[in-house]
Ligand binder design. Structure first.
Ligand SMILES: N[C@@H](CCC(=O)N[C@@H](CS)C(=O)NCC(=O)O)C(=O)O
Length: 193
């Protein structure tokens, strides 16, 4: 069985990379030269025809056709969580993981990265998240998991991409970012972004 994660420098590939580092899942890292446009041509477009990273390929004779290939960071995270991370063991657990990964990649990402949404949506989402993150507990159950990876990766982007945003009204968000930055697996994944 081999897992290969395709990504680029400073790309969203750091999210599934963080998850695999955190869970001790063995993988090969294939860094594409995004500046040179390597992601927009073959052979990579045979994995993601949209020419975006991250993408994941798993090769295993036990898989239908011997292989699974995926794009979209959320789909990759959820696959890893279920197949290799010991998560999503029931329909309810799977749905909760999907809820948080979709919240992160759709609702939270849009509130952060679409400027017209930021003013209206950002304070609203941060206020609720700040309450939910009080105490530093994982978002689902008692162990760090895919929901924390997806949501906290975006929160930790805040000081990187938006250093001008004042986070002092959200002390639990600030504590979560600080705790994330201290995690060795996060440092390993982000250090090689
Ligand atoms: N929704 C996608 C977004 C993928 C995406 O936009 N990736 C960026 C890097 S973070 C990319 O490949 N950009 C290069 C391009 O669009 O040419 C995901 O979460 O995987």
């Amino acid at each position: 069985m081999t897992l290969t994660l395709y990504g680029g420098a400073r790309s969203r590939a750091s999210m599934p990379r963080w998850y695999m580092e955190e869970k001790g899942i063995a993988y090969a890292w294939h860094q594409l030269d995004l500046e040179a446009g390597e992601h927009r041509c073959e052979p990579f477009t045979r994995i993601n025809p949209f020419g975006k990273v991250p993408a994941l390929v798993e090769e295993d004779p036990g898989l239908p056709g011997g292989r699974v290939q995926l794009f979209e960071s959320g789909a990759i995270l959820l696959y890893l969580a279920e197949r290799h991370g010991g998560e999503c063991r029931t329909a309810a657990e799977r749905a909760l993981a999907q809820q948080w990964v979709l919240f992160a990649n759709a609702t939270l990402a849009t509130a952060l990265f679409v400027p017209s949404n930021r003013e209206r949506e950002f304070p609203r989402l941060m206020t609720v998240l700040d309450g939910l993150l009080a105490g530093g507990h994982p978002l689902i159950g008692s162990d760090w998991g895919v929901a924390d990876c997806a949501v906290n990766a975006y929160l930790a982007y805040l000081p990187i991409f938006f250093p001008q945003i004042d986070l002092s009204p959200y002390p639990n968000v600030q504590a979560t970012i600080a705790a994330t930055q201290q995690r060795p697996a996060y440092q390993q994944a982000m250090g090689q972004r």
